[in-house]
Design a protein around this ligand. Structure first.
Ligand code: 0O2
Length: 216
C-alpha cells in the first residue's frame, strides 16, 4: 500500500476484496439515492437533489491520511480507522433539502448511521460547511452480507463550490496556504452562507405565493 512497500500475495487479495466491498457499497447507496430522487419527483413533482457523485479513496490518499493520524499503514488500520474510503456526495439546492435527504437515507431499514458531523450547524474555522454521515450498508455476497462503511456528504451547490475550490487550493499549495488567501476563503465562505440563506428565503416566498395563487 505505502510507497516503496511491496504487498504480499495475500495482502493483494485482501486489498482487492476490500476495495470490491467499498465499490459495491457505493453502488448500493447510489441506487438508493436514485430511487429516492425518482420517487420524490413522482410524488412531489420536486427534485431536491441537483447531482450526486462518488469516489473510492486512492491508495496514496489512504496512506497519507493514516500517517497523518498516526496509524499503521496496513489493511486492518484502513478498515478500522478510515470512514471515507467509500464516499458519496449529494449536492442539493437549499439547506432545508440537506436535512430532508439525510432523514430519508438514515430512515432506511438496512442503513445504520454510525456518525454524523454537522458542519452546517457548526462550521469549521475555515468556513467549511457540509453535512457528513458515516453509514453502513449491507453488501450481499454469494454466501454472506458484509456491513460496509460509506461516508455521505450532503451540501448545497454554493457550499460545494466553495469546498471544491478550497480543496484544490489546499492541495495546490500543499498545505502552505498564505494567511491572506486563508482569510479571503473564510470571507467567501461567509458570503456563500448568506447567499444560501437568502436563496432559501426567496424559495419559501415563491412557494407561499404559488400556494396563495393556487388557493384563489
Ligand atoms: P479527500 O481528498 O476529500 O478524501 P473522521 O472521519 O472523523 O475520522 P475526517 O476524515 O477528517 O475524520 O472527517 P471529516 O471531517 O468528516 O472529513 C472527511 C472529508 O470531508 C475530507 O476528506 C474532505 O473530503 C471533506 N472535508 C473536511 N474538512 C474539509 C475542509 O475544511 N475543506 C474541504 N474542502 N473539505 C473538507 P479528506 O480525506 O480530508 O480529503
Amino acid at each position: 500500500m505505502a510507497e516503496n512497500y511491496v504487498l504480499t500475495g495475500d495482502e493483494v487479495k485482501d486489498w482487492e476484496s476490500l476495495m470490491f466491498l467499498y465499490s459495491s457499497a457505493i453502488k448500493e447507496i447510489m441506487t438508493k439515492i436514485e430511487i429516492l430522487k425518482d420517487e420524490f419527483e413522482y410524488t412531489h413533482h420536486y427534485n431536491p437533489i441537483e447531482h450526486v457523485s462518488s469516489r473510492l479513496k486512492t491508495p496514496q490518499s489512504i496512506v497519507r491520511k493514516l500517517k497523518l493520524q498516526g496509524y499503521e499503514t496496513d489493511i486492518s488500520s484502513m478498515q478500522r480507522y478510515l470512514n471515507d474510503i467509500a464516499g458519496v456526495r449529494i449536492v442539493c439546492s437549499f439547506t432545508s433539502d440537506i436535512y430532508r435527504i439525510a432523514d430519508m437515507i438514515s430512515g432506511q431499514a438496512d442503513i445504520k448511521t454510525l456518525l454524523i458531523k454537522n458542519y452546517i450547524a457548526s462550521p469549521k474555522a475555515n468556513g467549511y460547511k457540509s453535512y457528513h454521515m458515516v453509514v453502513t450498508v449491507p453488501v450481499f455476497l454469494s454466501d454472506r452480507a458484509v456491513e460496509t462503511k460509506v461516508e455521505i456528504q450532503i451540501r448545497t451547490i454554493a457550499m460545494d463550490f466553495w469546498a471544491s475550490l478550497e480543496h484544490k487550493i489546499y492541495y495546490k499549495l500543499e498545505g502552505n496556504c498564505p494567511d491572506y488567501i486563508k482569510e479571503e476563503l473564510t470571507e467567501c465562505a461567509k458570503m456563500i452562507s448568506d447567499l444560501d440563506d437568502r436563496m432559501l428565503k426567496l424559495n419559501e416566498a415563491i412557494l407561499n405565493l404559488s400556494e396563495e395563487e393556487g388557493g384563489l
